[in-house]
Design a binder for this molecule. Structure first.
Ligand SMILES: Cc1ncc(COP(=O)(O)O)c(C=O)c1O
Length: 436
């Protein structure tokens, strides 16, 4: 039996946090609700490792949910942020740094223009508004299981049929908003075509994660992204790729580059800030003529382009631009995690499916192919919980939800890989022994 680590300080902090912070956390997925137990409170981080308030050390496969692609405390980024903090923390006025970041983003991704915001949520909300303002249409299509932040338009789940109008997924989202969001299963072009034909000239935008990462990792089926692109072209719909997770991770130019499909608008977050709160939405010049102050579609932010956040993002992106070997390394390490996990699970009695594209990977405890939200939901969550807690006790910090991908960072080396697979072998062996 694996021994749980001592996490007394985390337990005490969680109790204290609950008094003034709802649920003790500032973002729900941190609360461990879907795996049980209490969240861990962290105090410091270094390279591939995070350390909790009881000084337990973990190999970090969350990496702040993606941003820390270069590992924690990356010296160039830390130094740049420290120097900027001494110079100025915020102006609320234009700076040359913002231009440099915009130029770097456009060079890396091939987009024409970009507007900086403070989070992925803001990027997606703003992109939808711009698409609506540009097309003069109200409705959008999104895909079940794709997450685009907590903007009202995105918190919608499909009814039973793909063509039913959206039903709010959260109290507080109005029926009016829900009505304008249509949903289809991921990887189902026919369902999208049906929605378009049932709502002629009403769809402003199709928004999708190009490689879904919020129902575990679900890569697009062959031809699927090209199919969405063609449908958007045919019907005058703005094609929005939400690259908050995939951007600067799957390639310097994100999923657009990796999959070879171009979007009209793209949303960024996570890696773009290198650990600081940055988001961005960008795309075609013609569409961006419509945003304020050039055009009438309003969008703004007191701290947008904040110099501290921008220098962190800029230093991170420049490093990635100049070191393409980072992508080769994280892809290779993730491939070896996949191979190792496959071997371990094949020798067990547990059902499993592993999905991976580049450095995005997820393990689903089911036998079926996972290609959309319905198939992702067929995973056995009890197995996931056991796996998660078993790994945690072995010093491996995985996302606390079966619906998340692991985020592999550049500081994962041989010893971390060995430790991770050794831990997985022990945990899976123990789980397998309990299967009748
Ligand atoms: C694909 C995707 N889009 C948007 C968001 C929202 O970004 P943020 O949490 O920065 O608001 C996320 C967050 O996980 C995401 O994964």
């Amino acid at each position: 039996m694996l021994q749980p680590q001592e996490r007394k300080n985390s337990e005490q902090l969680f109790e204290r946090a609950g008094k003034h912070i709802p649920g003790g956390v500032n973002s729900p997925v941190r609360a461990f609700k879907s795996v049980g137990g209490n969240p861990i409170f962290f105090s410091r981080a270094e390279g591939a490792y995070v350390f909790d308030e009881d000084d337990n050390r973990y190999i970090d496969f969350i990496n702040s949910w993606g941003p820390m692609i270069l590992g924690h405390g990356f010296p160039e980024v830390v130094e740049a942020v420290q120097m900027q903090a001494a110079r100025a923390m915020s102006f609320g006025a234009p700076t040359e740094l913002e231009i440099q970041l915009a130029e770097t983003i456009c060079e890396m991704t091939g987009i024409d223009m970009v507007r900086l915001v403070n989070s992925g949520t803001e990027a997606c909300m703003s992109a939808i508004r711009l698409a609506r303002g540009y097309t003069g249409r109200d409705k959008i299509i999104k895909f079940e299981g794709c997450y685009h932040g907590h903007g009202d338009s995105f918190l919608i789940k499909a009814g039973s049929g793909a063509s039913t109008l959206g039903v709010p997924n959260s109290p507080g989202v109005t029926k009016g908003t829900a009505t304008d969001t249509l949903t289809a299963p991921f990887n189902d072009l026919a369902a999208v075509e049906k929605l378009i034909s049932e709502n002629p000239d009403q769809i402003a935008a199709i928004i999708t994660e190009p490689v879904a990462g919020n129902m575990g990792c679900v890569p697009p089926a062959e031809g699927y992204m090209e199919g969405l692109r063609a449908l958007c072209d045919k019907h005058g719909i703005v094609f929005i790729m939400d690259e908050v997770m995939t951007g600067f991770r799957l390639a310097p130019g994100g999923a657009q580059e990796r999959l070879g499909v171009e979007a009209d608008l793209v949303c960024y977050g996570k890696v773009i800030g290198g650990g600081m709160p940055v988001g961005a939405f960008g795309g075609k010049r013609e569409i961006f003529q419509h945003i304020a102050p050039t055009g009438p579609v309003y969008q703004a932010g007191t701290l947008s382009g904040n110099p501290l956040a921008v220098i962190s993002g800029l230093t991170t992106l420049r490093y990635l631009q100049n070191h393409p070997e980072v992508y080769a390394h994280i892809d290779h390490m993730t491939e070896r995690i996949e191979d190792g996990m496959r071997e371990i699970l094949e020798n067990s009695k547990l059902p499993f499916t592993i999905n991976r594209l580049g450095s995005m990977i997820s393990i689903h405890f089911c036998e079926n192919e996972v290609m959309d939200y319905t198939t992702a939901s067929e995973g056995n969550n009890n197995y996931f919980k056991q796996f998660f807690h078993g790994m945690l006790n072995e010093g491996i910090y995985l996302p606390p939800s079966a619906y998340e991908t692991w985020f592999v960072g550049n500081t994962i080396g041989e010893s971390e890989l060995e430790h991770t697979l050794y831990a997985a072998e022990r945990v899976i062996e123990e789980m397998s022994a309990q299967v009748k």
